[in-house]
Design a protein around this ligand. Structure first.
Ligand code: 4NP
Length: 167
């Protein structure tokens, strides 16, 4: 199906597109698949930096994800101004990602599509998803905990509360 026909287009964004945002993409994809809603969503991820273009997610992120039943298998790409047109909601992992995305926003309406991932947290009070790149195993587990929680909150917000984030 043409992506433009999908009801809801969601983009996860971090710095390198090899740790946090591919995990967000994979977790949200599995969530909507498990609920039989995959046909309604187009889900992707991107990085504000271009160092890892074409790469699979970081091996540590893949390994921690696999232990929870995820297969993070996207290829890294750089966030592009076209993404403001192509997606309904853009989720930044931290303030630096948020500011880098907003700097590229061509108009008010585009900027209104940008949220922080942790805006949708239910049980955690973090205001960002910490970059795990230079952390140990705990950092990767924390990313998964925060993303599983916030992805659930995001889907709830989109579906159950009938809150159309595109407005
Ligand atoms: P991510 O983590 O933004 O969650 O993908 C990082 C990956 C790579 C780098 C920084 C953060 N890096 O500097 O290469």
């Amino acid at each position: 199906m043409d992506n433009n026909q999908k009801e809801y287009k969601v983009l996860f964004v971090c710095l390198g597109n090899i740790c946090r945002s591919p995990a967000g993409e994979g977790i949200f994809k599995k969530l909507v698949e498990d609920k039989g809603l995959a046909h309604r969503f187009f889900i992707d991820s991107a990085g504000t930096g271009g160092w890892h273009i074409g790469e699979l997610p970081d091996a540590r992120m893949r390994q921690h994800g696999a232990r929870r039943g995820y297969d993070f298998n996207s290829r890294a790409r750089k966030f592009d101004v076209q993404d403001f047109d192509d997606f309904d909601i853009i989720l930044a992992m931290d303030d630096s990602n948020y500011n880098n995305i907003m700097r590229l926003s061509p108009d008010l309406e585009s900027g209104q599509k940008v949220y922080r991932m942790t805006d949708f947290s239910r049980k955690y009070s973090y205001d960002h998803v910490p970059d795990p790149y230079y952390s140990g195993a705990d950092g990767f587990e924390l990313v998964l905990d925060l993303l599983e929680d916030a992805c659930g909150g995001l889907l709830e917000n989109i579906l159950e509360q009938g809150n159309d984030l595109r407005k």
